[in-house]
Design a protein around this ligand. Structure first.
Ligand code: NAD
Length: 325
């Protein structure tokens, strides 16, 4: 299969590409604009593989996308502005890349008869939930400009299925963690700062709850959806470990050999969602999805990776903005 992966130089996209090329016969083209969060070093382990092509280009650029798209069987669309805090500071790039960029890709995929379009999205499109879990039928109620732009792109992707009969599938995942994640996001921000003996900023009272899933489990779920998902459907990828930010901070302090004296309480994020929770029943029953990485093991491996790969994050770790993913 020939697969076009947008945003393949980012955190999750690069895990997906490394996995595909390490395992299988698929040919992979990465289209990535290499924004601040894209890094070709993330793809270095597979750079010499046959069947791998990297194109530096913007998904909003109609001509570039039109040149790259032909000949691909599947598009897996990760490219996005992905950091909530940045979207609070300025929503323009989020609407531009996440909404308009998605539309450019959908149009090109339609024009060139691409077999399947896998649109990667997030649990944040649902807003916040006090108790229970969301099903894929839940109405969207995004809180941040980031999640609103993702919700808009999800709806656009699904509209291309309804209007044009395009084979579109949408995935929505919970918070990811793992190696190669930019140091602006909560786990790598805390780890890289603690490893340098610096303070870490905890939003509000730290009681906000997130579900943490290892990036390898997310990519396992995406592959299942890519191969077996039904056209026009949404699939949740979750089943991670639910923790308050305070509990997570405690685990990270332990993992890095630091104490609560390293934690600085900072004013809460504007519009901060309290809790996200996805039901994965549909993805489990239809596609046989089940997460495999136990949180403690995955977190220990992740911290070990940041310890062992200082050269990857050191230039940016010092300047990373105040957080959270
Ligand atoms: P990331 O910020 O690490 O990577 C984004 C990638 O997209 C980068 O390589 C960047 O260079 C590229 N990019 C940005 N704008 C582009 C443009 N205009 N044209 C081409 N490339 C562009 O993000 P991530 O954490 O890997 O997230 C990937 C996808 O998964 C996003 O769509 C995000 O919404 C979704 N998602 C992320 C999480 C999470 O916890 N990180 C959870 C659920 C869903």
């Amino acid at each position: 299969m020939r697969i076009l992966v947008t945003g393949g130089a980012g955190f999750i996209g690069s895990e997906f590409v490394r996995g595909l090329l390490a395992r299988g016969p698929d040919r992979v083209t990465v289209l990535d604009a290499l924004t601040y969060s894209g890094n070709t070093a993330n793809l270095a382990p597979v750079a010499d593989r046959g069947g791998y092509t990297f194109v530096a280009g913007d998904i909003r650029d109609i001509d570039t996308v039109d040149q790259v798209m032909p000949g691909h069987d599947v598009v897996v669309h990760f490219a996005a502005e992905s950091h909530v805090d940045r979207s609070i500071d300025g929503a323009g790039p989020f609407v531009s890349t996440n909404v308009l960029g998605t539309q450019v890709l959908l149009d090109a995929a339609l024009k060139h008869g691409v077999g399947r379009f896998v649109h990667i999205s997030t649990d944040e499109v649902y807003g916040s939930i006090e108790d229970g879990e969301w099903s894929e039928e839940q109405n969207l109620a995004p809180s941040s400009p980031y999640s609103a732009s993702k919700a808009a792109s999800d709806l656009l992707a699904l509209a291309y299925h309804r209007t044009h009969g395009m084979d579109v599938v949408v995935t929505r995942c919970s918070n990811n963690y793992g190696p190669y994640q930019h140091a602006e996001k909560l786990i790598p921000l805390f780890v890289t700062r603690l490893l340098q003996g610096r303070q870490v900023p905890l939003y509000g009272d730290g009681s906000n709850v997130r579900e943490w899933l290892h990036v390898a489990d997310h990519c396992r779920g995406i592959e299942l959806v890519m191969h077996k998902g039904r056209a026009g459907q949404i699939y949740h990828i979750g089943g991670g470990t639910e923790l308050t930010n305070r509990e997570l901070t405690g685990r990270l302090l332990d993992a890095c050999g630091a104490t609560w004296g390293s934690v600085e309480h900072v004013t809460d994020r504007k519009g901060h969602d309290r809790r996200y929770a996805l039901s994965i029943e549909k993805t489990r029953e239809e596609l046989g999805y089940a997460p495999q990485v136990p949180f403690d093991e995955g977190l220990a491996q992740t911290v070990a990776w940041y310890r062992a790969n200082r050269g990857w994050w050191q230039p940016e770790g010092g300047d990373a903005p105040v957080i959270r993913g």
